[in-house]
Design a protein. Structure first.
Length: 251
């Protein structure tokens, strides 16, 4: 594991590769902004939706960038990390990768750095994180958690277009990918990614277009931000009353 200052430098470099808004009222480190965490069915266009939301907000979107960051932290090639990403690795693969790589790409190492990286990003707020169990462990009070789903037929059409494969190949890929992602979340976070109660929003891209879904996410974000503002104002009011009471009792 890298020293804490080295991890901080790597994360700061990752921050600076993206443009953060500079005129937000949420720049106070003591009151960081919200994070949006997306979970998605394979082929539901969840990553595309995350990109659209990030573009509208001017917030950075972290998807494959997380693997690149972990690779910099650990010295493990991104290609090896992709073999572990949102999957449960076997001891055979761990052994082979350990034998041919200077740094073993073990699942426990990957998970530790993944959680550290996503937690550090979320602590800053005003960013979008795609998949990798983020909605399952990031704090609910600081995270808008979105699940993206779609009809199987639409997902197959999307994957056929993306991967240039047959209907049967796309269907097999979807089922295998969904299974791997569910197992990853269940094994490591003891949560069910298909449970709607683990999310604030569940959006069906077969029912709503990506631009429509974007507007729904932004509306939910504004509602959460307004609630946080009211709670902060109420807290400040209580603190002011307590302060006045203490002054009065001391006079």
């Amino acid at each position: 594991m890298l020293p804490e200052n080295a991890v901080s430098r790597n994360l700061e470099a990752l921050f600076h590769t993206h443009t953060y808004p500079t005129d937000s009222a949420e720049d106070n480190p003591a009151n960081p902004g919200l994070t949006i965490a997306f979970s998605r069915q394979a082929g539901s266009q969840g990553a595309n939706l995350a990109r659209l939301v990030g573009e509208r907000l001017g917030w950075p979107v972290f998807d494959r960038e997380l693997l690149q960051q972990i690779g910099e932290q650990t010295g493990v090639r991104v290609r090896l990390l992709e073999a572990l990403d949102e999957k449960r690795s076997s001891w055979v693969r761990d052994f082979v990768e350990s034998f041919f790589s200077l740094t073993p790409a073990s699942e426990s190492m990957y998970l530790r750095h993944l959680v550290e990286t996503m937690s550090s990003l979320a602590s800053r707020g005003r960013c979008v994180i795609v998949g990798r169990g983020a909605p399952q462990f990031l704090p609910s009070e600081m995270t808008l958690k979105v699940r993206v789903v779609a009809n199987l037929s639409d997902r197959i059409a999307t994957i056929r277009n993306q991967r240039h494969c047959t209907y049967e190949e796309a269907e097999r890929w979807i089922h295998a990918t969904d299974k791997e992602r569910r197992k990853f979340v269940r094994d490591h976070f003891n949560k069910d990614p298909d449970d709607p109660l683990n999310h604030d929003l569940v959006l069906n891209t077969s029912r709503f277009s990506l631009p429509e879904c974007t507007e729904i996410v932004l509306a939910a974000l504004r509602a959460r931000q307004a609630r946080r503002s009211r709670a902060e104002e109420a807290r400040q009011g209580v603190d002011a009353v307590k302060g006045s009471a203490m002054l009065a009792s001391g006079s």
